[in-house]
Write a protein that binds this ligand. Sequence first.
Ligand SMILES: [Zn+2]
Length: 261
Amino acid sequence: MYTIRPLKQAEIMVPLGVVQILGDMQRLVVGPVYIWYLEGDIPVVIDAGIQEPVNGFVHNFPVLGGGENGVREALSKAGVKPEDIEILIITHLHFDHVANVQLFHNARIFVQKKEWKSAFDPPIHYRLVYDTKMIQPLEDMDLCLIDGDVKIAEGLRAVFLPGHTEGHQGVAIETDKGTYLMAGDHFYTRFNLNPPKEPIEMEDVRGNKVQLQPSPIPFVPPGLHVDLREWFDSCFKALSVTRREKIIPGHDPDLVDKVIP
Ligand SMILES: [Zn+2]
């Protein structure tokens, strides 16, 4: 049994059109980058966060926080250090999920085999979001390349959810309130998972109002993906793992400092 702690490691600013397909590319919205600590039988972390920004930017995105300090500060909220972690699950190898992997040198690290291959030969539009210098050091660590849905430990299961990337995975986590699914970047926010039926007002980074339009479809894809048909299939697969309200999006601003369930 586990308790899920989304611990904010950094803040990244991205155009609304990255969060929601066909959204406004002029509006920047702020999203947290989380280190997911699972408190339970074994110390587990999902995703290793983003690097420290250079002149305020990482890969052309404005970023606050990040790097080793960001990881240590985030984990300290749960009273642990990266060295304590025994299992590290990487949802996918985009630069904001894998940058600080070397800090977790006592962990077995779980990545999908398809994701590993794709990171070294990505579709052209993803060349900038995979940083092979960041990924290569994993080969010298305790790297487990897994294939599809695999039990990682008691109460923890990898769930293959391709679409956002070729080898993207979520993690099914047993809690005392049933199974939760940490969905990684398959859903960035609750708006991808539970599209609004009425227009919703949000604020952009300058404090301007941004309107999210109601959606006629049951899931709204993020603007970044490799295969939309696969992405939609993975949405229904996610629902076969657990109820919609127990699916956790990967960059939702409302999860900062939450303890789930
Ligand atoms: Zn991603």
